[in-house]
Design a protein around this ligand. Structure first.
Ligand code: 5GP
Length: 220
């Protein structure tokens, strides 16, 4: 279990970036994680790709046309955005604000180019945490992608090619989590442990919170 967020010492301020190649099982793990823990909320991205049969606008993604997406880029609405497999995907800045205002930490399930854009930014008063879901051996990844039947043959091949380059980005992440077949719960627990540690990090915000409680003036 994650520690209670509503303590006098912790104010949710984490932007938890979770990346990993297509087929690594990110979505399954993140859905299970957010279901298990009401102190976490997944950000809903904007995308120009077509919805899959089971997907709902405003729940899985905000599905938008390319011109609507470009308009939001021009308005500066995105914290990050990237092109993936011929479509655009982006995280709205407002998703971070709304989630923190609701006193939850925010989870971003994004690809690696978006993750590196976030790494390059100062998010204060928020802070970022980068977790990489390590894919299974390549043959299993290929099997998983074909089994779910959500992509055409050429899209599967494109996703496998992208996966190879994404794996090389792991060195820029803070933590890795493996997600072997039938082990979603283990992956969820591993991520919960990482988040729990991050929430206990001693940082400026904690010191500013704790000092008045100890009778120390923060302006000293
Ligand atoms: P899918 O089409 O399978 O839903 O997503 C394709 C890839 O885009 C996945 O790696 C997914 O994590 C990533 N993705 C989803 N939302 C965003 C986003 O807002 N920004 C970025 N950069 N990537 C995203």
């Amino acid at each position: 279990m994650l520690p209670m967020v509503k303590t006098h010492l912790y104010k949710p301020d984490l932007v938890i970036v979770i990346s990993g190649p297509s087929g690594s099982g990110k979505s399954t793990v993140i859905n299970a994680l957010c279901k298990a823990d009401e102190t976490l909320r997944e950000s809903i991205s904007v995308t120009t790709r077509n919805p899959r049969p089971s997907e709902v606008d405003g729940v899985d993604y905000h599905f938008r046309s390319k011109s609507e997406f470009e308009k939001q880029v021009a308005q500066g609405s995105f914290l990050e955005w990237a092109e993936y497999g011929g479509n655009f995907y982006g995280t709205l800045k407002s998703e971070i604000v709304v989630t923190h205002e609701a006193e939850k930490d925010v989870i971003l399930e994004i690809e690696v180019k978006g993750a590196s854009q976030i790494r390059a930014q100062d998010l204060s008063p928020a802070r970022s945490l980068f977790i990489f879901i390590v894919p299974p051996p390549f043959a299993t990844l290929e099997k998983r992608l074909r089994r779910r039947k959500t992509e055409s043959e050429s899209e599967v091949n494109e996703r496998l090619a992208i996966a190879k380059s994404e794996i090389l980005e792991i060195e820029h992440f803070d933590y890795w989590v493996s997600n072997p077949e039938n082990a979603v719960q283990e992956a969820v627990q591993q991520i919960q442990t990482i988040i729990a540690a991050e929430r206990s990090r001693i940082d400026t915000q904690l010191i500013e919170t704790i000092n008045p409680l100890l009778g120390v003036d923060n302006t000293d």
